[in-house]
Write a protein that binds this ligand. Structure first.
Ligand code: NAD
Length: 541
């Protein structure tokens, strides 16, 4: 394994100051400058693909096909997306027309925030550096990259290549572990993007609070998979198993565990075994060998943690279970009859182990998911629209995915991020409903979300003098005449007061209508009875 070249802690403040000077020079305001840097970043990856492949193999024992599909090609695609769209993303926007304010010519300009910090985790050490960096550069910022020390070969490569391709007065790498990151966190940043686990996120958020640094947190958690007993089990098994084993299960949106009905569990396990045999033909037969070219656990700590989860499970291991400390290898492992309080359900697994939790019915599965943290991703395998709708409408998660795993994270144009403990990325979202700034399907493709995270939406007006003919009432002395003008010109007209709150849920709404219907019927019958006695009385009279 490569050894990391650490950045001296005492250099870190100087690096930040040099980047501030680079930013203050104003060069990043130029779109042409940003485009040049973006293209250089794309070439950095393309020219050094083999070096990245080797570094990823050294750090993670990963096959080059996985590295290409999961990181290298998608990183270049994201950088080029920013390169191609930057002009439209950076255009100022006008809010929707308001008669009261239109003469002040309101406009929102998209401005860089300043010197930003990106702290990345080990599991995708290219993809979680390149694309966020491209968003920050496209938005016109200067950036410090802090790669994960758990992938020293890739971290060293970033430190070696970035100054060769990009302007070092706006992009720098700080390599190191806790002391270096702690020093970085003592400094103020225009924006801080942290991707990693929730425990460290609390340290990062607390440090950022001290310098009022705005943050985005990309975290993880246990992403559940609902498997409908009526679904195409073979397809479901193949896609779930692939999502679990890719990168040795060390993916933030990996399917963490499966919820399936007790009656369908064995059918699903049989489908998983078939998928497993097709993925790893060498593991079946009389003398099976562990899968070749399988991504290893990143370090001994991760290996021991996942091995412990397997050793302590009370479920039944139906596939795999082999581990090898020397190579940090954990074989793809499937465990059935797992209960909610099992070791495998105690934390995000982040390894190639798939627990299957049998449930009575869909309601029990939904209740289980809702009694835990909102997941980063939530998967449903079903051909039934009603089943998918019920799961999606009854739960909350970063993304909601039907009949697929993982690839929502790389789907161009879709935002990526968690909710609550799985992360917060969109705190910068403008509250004003009229903005067209959010990417609209079919209009703006790509990772504008990354661009926006590192962009300050600057509100601006340019008010002509004659406006005081209309708004002069704001100046003292305050008189009742001026107050009347405020009320007449600026008061907002409310719609008619509603008779009561609308029915919240379909079920309670139906009950309300049933009740109203019953009252109406009783009323009508009473009235009919009264009319009948009136008529009888009249006849008698
Ligand atoms: P990691 O160990 O590489 O740590 C991530 C970063 O935090 C590193 O740069 C490291 O130097 C820094 N760090 C570690 N300890 C620190 C401390 N005490 N103080 C300051 N900084 C510290 O990676 P990890 O956190 O184990 O990453 C895995 C987690 O990240 C999983 O939970 C996964 O789900 C999540 N993740 C989320 C996303 C996403 O986009 N939402 C993507 C990838 C990974």
């Amino acid at each position: 394994m490569a050894s990391l070249v650490y950045t001296p802690v005492e250099d870190i403040e100087k690096i930040r100051a040099e980047l501030q000077a680079g930013f203050d020079s104003g060069k990043t305001k130029s779109i042409a400058f940003r485009k040049y840097q973006l293209l250089q970043l794309a070439y950095l990856i393309q020219d050094n693909t083999k070096a990245f492949e080797d570094a990823l193999a050294s750090d993670l024992g990963r096959h080059s096909l996985e590295s290409h599909f999961l990181e290298i090609t998608s990183s270049i695609a994201e950088v080029m997306d920013a390169y191609k769209n930057i002009e439209s993303w950076a255009k100022p926007e006008k809010p929707s027309l308001s008669v009261n304010w239109m003469f002040s010519r309101p406009v929102i300009t998209k401005e860089p925030k300043g010197v930003c910090l990106i702290i990345s985790p080990f599991n995708y050490p290219m993809w979680l550096v390149g694309p966020p960096l491209s968003g920050a550069i496209a938005a016109g910022n200067a950036v410090v990259i802090k790669p994960s020390e758990a992938c020293p070969a890739v971290a060293n490569l970033w430190a070696e290549l970035l100054p060769k391709y990009l302007d070092p007065s706006i992009v720098r790498v700080v390599n190191g572990a806790i002391p270096e990151t702690t020093k970085l966190l003592e400094l103020p940043w225009a924006h801080l993007l942290y991707t990693g686990n929730g425990r460290v996120a609390k340290i990062v958020a607390a440090a950022a609070a001290k310098t009022l640094t705005p943050i985005s947190l990309e975290l993880g958690g246990k992403s559940p998979v609902f498997v409908d007993s009526e679904c195409d089990m073979d397809l479901a098994a193949k896609r779930i198993l692939w999502g679990k084993i890719a990168n040795g299960g060390q993916t933030c949106v990996a399917p963490d565990y499966v919820l399936v009905s007790k009656a369908a569990q064995d059918k699903f396990v049989a489908a998983l075994k078939t998928a497993y045999a097709s993925f790893y033909p060498e593991t079946t037969g009389d003398s099976p060998t562990p899968p070749q070219n399988f991504t290893k656990m990143v370090h001994q700590g991760a290996f021991k943690r996942v091995q412990g989860l397997i050793q302590n499970t009370k479920g039944t291991i139906v596939v795999g279970g082999e581990t090898d400390e020397a190579t940090k290898f954990i074989s793809p492992t499937i465990v059935k009859d797992v209960k909610g309080d099992d070791s495998l359900m105690s934390e995000e697994i982040f390894g190639p182990v798939l627990p299957i939790v049998p449930v009575e019915n869909l309601d029990e599965a939904i209740a289980y998911v809702n009694s835990h943290d909102h997941p980063l991703a939530l998967y449903v395998f079903s051909g039934s629209e009603a089943y998918k709708k019920k799961v999606f409408e009854s739960t909350q998660s970063g993304s909601a995915v039907a009949n697929e795993t993982l690839i929502q994270a790389a789907t161009t144009g879709l935002p990526f991020g968690g909710i609550g403990p799985s992360g917060c990325r969109f705190s910068w979202y403008p509250a004003h409903r009229s903005l067209t700034i959010l990417p609209q399907p079919g209009t703006i493709r790509g990772r504008q979300f990354g661009f926006l995270m590192f962009t300050h939406l600057r509100a601006s007006i340019d008010s002509p003098g004659w406006i005081d003919k209309i708004l002069g009432f704001r100046y003292p002395p305050y008189t009742s005449n001026k107050l009347a003008k405020v009320q007449a010109r600026l008061s907002v007209k409310l719609p008619p007061r509603p008779s009561g709150p609308p029915a919240v849920a379909a079920a309670s709404g139906r009950k309300w209508w049933l009740f109203a219907f019953a009252v109406a019927i009783v009323g009508a019958l009473t009235r009919m009875k009264n009319l009948k006695s009136l008529a009888l009385n009249l006849i008698r009279a």
